[in-house]
Design a protein around this ligand. Structure first.
Ligand code: RB5
Length: 148
């Protein structure tokens, strides 16, 4: 799978570990930055990864900031994005199985590296269940259309 990754300054070390994990699992990683430790604005990277996912440039996205919140909120403003902040594997699994999320977000100041890796693996290994969940995801996406 081709996976886009984006982050702010708080997540450089954790991103490196996640990229290592993804590549070890045979994924191709596209790094949308930042790669500087200088304080930066997370919406820039949330938007970049959101647009990459929606355009099909990458199959899925992973976003990391201090909490996962700001960067996921930014990504969720891009039409077609369903980004979820997950601090545990159960939520990560459900965000795929029931919500068909196309972006996973988490906080470098919230989860340790080993938990983050478990979250990423669970998220990538879980398929969307469809069925009644498809109807609910469609209803979520219909809200975007009302905003046009
Ligand atoms: C940056 O200090 C911090 O605000 C950011 O990483 C993130 O947690 C925002 O939601």
């Amino acid at each position: 799978m081709r996976i886009g990754i984006g982050n702010d300054h708080s997540a450089l070390e954790l991103k490196a570990e996640i990229i290592e994990l993804l590549e070890a699992r045979g994924h191709e990683v596209v790094d949308y930055g930042t790669n500087s430790a200088e304080s930066c604005d997370y919406p820039i990277y949330g938007e970049k990864v959101g647009r990459a996912v929606v355009s099909g440039e990458v199959d899925k996205g992973i976003l990391i900031c201090g909490t996962g919140l700001g960067i996921s909120l930014a990504a969720n403003k891009v039409k077609g994005v369903r980004a979820a902040v997950c601090s545990d594997p159960f939520t990560a699994k459900m965000s795929r199985a029931h919500n068909d999320c196309n972006i996973l977000a988490f906080g470098a100041r919230v989860v340790g590296a080993e938990l983050a890796k478990m979250i990423v693996e669970t998220w990538l290994d879980t398929e969307f269940e469809g069925g009644r969940h498809q109807r609910r995801v469609d209803l979520i996406m219909d809200i975007e259309k009302k905003e046009d």
